[in-house]
Design a protein around this ligand. Structure first.
Ligand code: ATP
Ligand code: MG
Length: 376
């Protein structure tokens, strides 16, 4: 099997391959770029694997005039800028020891060792610069059948790195086939080893959850996470039931909207200040009675749509008629009352309070009350 793609045929990329090959090294594409190209999906970043030691990769690439950044030189990764794109070139590795979070690695010249330490069979696919696919572990069949399976024994692989529990559900959400269901051995191992999640940093858990929630349809993965006791460990009290109806109403995924609908205690996540504020605004307005137009004025068009879709999913209600046009009407509207209308009679704190009260009345009128109505 041969793969193709603009990124693969790019002269810069091919030149980088030629430089390593000219010294007799093996240089291969690996991971997401091979997987996604084989599935006909967009390729976002280029990961490569080589039998050349990292110092040798740097030397050869620099001598050939490429810009090289030693992004992770200790674990064998250097980034080579070629044709305007970054190429993460990592020397073949095998694990020497693991502790559930980090691995101590040794460099290797064997592709079989490099493949064996990867997480899922669909992520252990390689391609030569010609596009010829190299499949040391039979990952191609799994990929074509959209089966997310651990390389080797699932429970062993999870004990080496508990992040793989969350990656398992994320890859199932993005690449799996919900009609076949999630891999039973993998799911059982995740359930049995769920306690290990406690050893992961909040940043890594949050990063995985964001990416899982951004999948086109995360509902089947979230249901499996709940059934196996994983979801309640990272988001206690979350309920994935409304996610399927939400996805049905959406035109595009938004992880923030899905997180607001999941609910649960986000205390163990590491959200940015802006993300946390957005989430609490969404959740407050999901429970409010503001109309689509009022939401459009108060929140802006994107969060207003989030609230309308979330309410429909959570309360099992149809979408309000004309909601999108109503949000747009609100987003373009201007409150008829300004501070100048109340001054000088009111000042300072009293002025602010009165303004907010009149604004609330205007919102409650679905933005129809006039200045006269409000001031009378
Ligand atoms: P994408 O970049 O689209 O998220 P990817 O598969 O390229 O997908 P990366 O995180 O860039 O994901 O990792 C590159 C490759 O490294 C993976 O395809 C996989 O082979 C391996 N890998 C990444 N994380 C792990 C892990 N925790 N355990 C084992 N192998 C991993
Ligand atoms: Mg990648």
């Amino acid at each position: 099997m041969k793969l193709s793609g603009d990124w693969l045929e790019h002269p810069g990329t091919q030149a980088l391959c030629a430089v390593l090959a000219s010294e007799g090294h093996r240089i291969l594409f690996v991971g997401g770029c091979v997987r996604n190209a084989l599935m006909g999906r967009a390729v976002s970043d280029i990961d490569m694997a080589t039998d050349a030691p990292p110092g040798e990769v740097m030397r050869l690439a620099e001598e050939a005039g490429f810009k090289v950044v030693p992004t992770g030189i200790d674990h064998g990764t250097v980034t080579v800028i070629a044709g305007g794109a970054g190429h993460e070139v990592t020397t073949f590795r095998r694990d020497v020891s693991t502790d559930g979070r980090r691995a101590t690695v040794a460099f290797s010249t064997e592709i079989a060792e490099d493949a064996a330490r990867r997480d899922f069979t669909m992520n252990a696919l390689y391609a030569a610069p010609s596009g010829e696919v190299i499949d040391p572990l039979g990952g191609l069949d799994d990929l074509l059948a959209r089966r997310v399976r651990f390389v080797g024994e699932a429970s062993t692989r999870i004990r080496e790195d508990y992040l793989r529990i969350l990656r398992f559900f994320r890859f199932y959400a993005v690449y799996g086939d919900p009609a076949q269901g999630i891999d039973a051995e993998g799911l059982a191992a995740c359930a049995a080893l769920a306690e290990g999640l406690a050893s992961l940093s909040a940043e890594r858990v949050t990063h995985e959850l964001r990416r899982l929630l951004a999948a086109p349809d995360p509902a089947p993965a979230l249901a499996a996470m709940q059934a196996s006791g994983i979801l309640s460990r990272i988001l206690p009290g979350a309920d994935p039931k409304p996610i399927a109806p939400l996805v049905h109403l959406e035109t595009a995924p938004r992880w923030q909207r899905r997180l607001a609908v999941l609910g649960g205690d986000t205390g163990a996540l590491r959200l940015s200040r802006a993300e946390a504020a957005e989430l609490s605004h969404l959740q407050a307005e999901i429970g409010s009675t503001l109309t689509p137009a009022a939401l459009g004025w108060k929140l802006g068009p994107v969060p207003a749509e989030d609230v309308i879709l979330a309410r429909a999913a959570l309360f099992e209600q149809p979408l309000p008629p004309g909601w999108a046009a109503e949000i747009a009407r609100g987003a373009a509207a201007q409150c008829p009352i300004a501070a100048a209308d109340l001054m000088p009679a009111l000042q300072g704190a009293a002025l602010g309070e009165r303004l907010r009260a009149l604004e609330s009345r205007w919102l409650a009128s679905d933005l129809t009350a006039t200045k006269g109505d409000l001031l009378s």
